[in-house]
Design a protein around this ligand. Structure first.
Ligand SMILES: [Zn+2]
Length: 387
């Protein structure tokens, strides 16, 4: 029996049916992909996570001994909890021209296109191979792709360049902001709220620290040093806070998570350095006067560098040529592209679907976007056969 070829839409239906929210396993989805590729004579290699619940997958179509064109996508999706969906998020549902489902846009749509196209790549006499690079844990700090990148050029063949298929409405994106996340923990001292002079109020100290972050944010806005981005500045935000036990107890501990998204022109060290200086010189002294063990500690939890592809970079030039476009764009979300670029693999972002639908309830992709993406993959196949 001839192996089955799934259309991009059929493939997307299959991929959406696996609930691959980042905290859950993606192994079942990967098993399905391995089986599909194997049925078309395409071998793949896993790069598993340390805890064994996730794995990346790397596959080569064409010659194994020359650098290839990497097609990269993350298999994980953001949670649906707390979101109001009008359809089952894990059942691809078509309404008119739209295909609804979690990950339909970010970014199983792209993965569906490349898997659906895999048998066509395989049929061609490719001079330049096509590499499929599927990762996990992108949505929680782009952590899952890192072990696979480490093996490129070592256990796995290196790509010559990488197309990352995050949703850009198939426009060529050569630049994105960086993203850095932190947790700051303030330790004070409990006391009866009637005897505040005996305690150190960690929440009020945290309030001062947060005010400083608010001031930094306002100053960076005014600087507006990223005219290509929307918004055109680096922003700082506090997103989570917890602390205290009861209204009549001076709170001992308070913890808050904060982050910034920086345009390439803003130094990423500058913000943390200023914040820590403020904490040490302006907030902590009054705390330790009452309680010598009072503390303010900040730990960096995530960092994804900015992508700032040099003009005329191999990936950007080829993407523009194959997509028949002459303009590049900058976006404010992070991708795995900057990690590939940082590791020395020229990268560009181009993929189906609009980022406005990503992460939202009733996430969808226009069916026509899948068609445009498949056309682009056809261009890649022609190029890879000829060059
Ligand atoms: Zn994504």
């Amino acid at each position: 029996m001839a192996p089955q070829i799934l259309s991009p839409k059929e493939m997307l239906e299959k991929l959406v049916s696996f609930d691959t929210t980042s905290v859950k396993t993606n192994i079942l989805l990967i098993e399905f992909v391995e089986g599909y590729l194997a049925s078309h004579g395409i071998d793949s290699v896993r790069v598993p996570s340390g805890n064994g619940i996730h794995t990346s997958l790397h596959a080569v179509i064409g010659p194994g001994d020359v650098p290839g064109i990497g097609l990269s996508g993350h298999t994980d999706v953001v949670p649906v909890e707390g979101q109001n969906w009008s359809t089952d998020p894990f059942t691809l549902t078509q309404k008119g021209s739209r295909l609804y489902g979690r990950g339909s846009c970010d970014m199983k749509g792209f993965i569906a296109c490349i898997l659906s196209h895999a048998p066509k790549f395989k049929e061609r006499d490719l001079k330049t191979p096509v590499h499929l690079l599927l990762s996990y844990d992108e949505e929680v700090g782009c952590t899952g792709v890192r072990p696979m990148i480490e093996e490129l050029g070592d256990k796995l063949p290196a790509p010559r360049l990488v197309f990352v298929g995050e949703p850009t409405s198939m426009k060529v994106v050569d630049s994105h902001k960086s993203s850095s996340g932190f947790v700051t923990e303030v330790t004070g001292l409990e006391s009866h709220s009637g005897k505040p002079q005996l305690g150190v109020n960690s929440i009020m100290a945290a309030g001062e620290l947060i005010s400083e972050l608010t001031r930094i944010d306002a100053e960076l806005r005014l600087r507006a040093d990223g005219p290509r981005f929307d918004p055109p500045y680096t922003n700082v935000a506090v997103a989570l806070i917890e602390g205290g036990t009861a209204r009549n107890i001076t709170p001992k501990s308070c913890k808050f998570s904060w982050m910034f998204r920086a345009v390439p022109a803003t130094g990423t060290n500058e913000i943390l350095t200023r914040f820590e200086k403020f904490a040490k010189e302006e907030v902590l002294p009054a705390m330790v006067k009452v309680y010598p063990e009072a503390a303010i500690e900040t730990v960096q939890t995530t960092h994804v560098p900015a992508l700032n592809a040099p003009e005329g970079s191999p990936a950007v030039s080829l993407a523009l040529k194959l997509a028949g476009q002459n303009e590049t764009f900058a976006v404010s979300y992070v991708t795995e592209g900057s990690l590939f670029e940082e590791a020395g693999f020229s990268s560009v972002i181009i993929g189906p679907g609009s980022i406005s639908q990503a992460h939202a309830p009733d996430e969808f992709i226009e069916e026509s976007e899948l068609e445009v993406c498949s056309g682009f993959l056809g261009q890649i196949a022609d190029y890879a056969e000829a060059n």
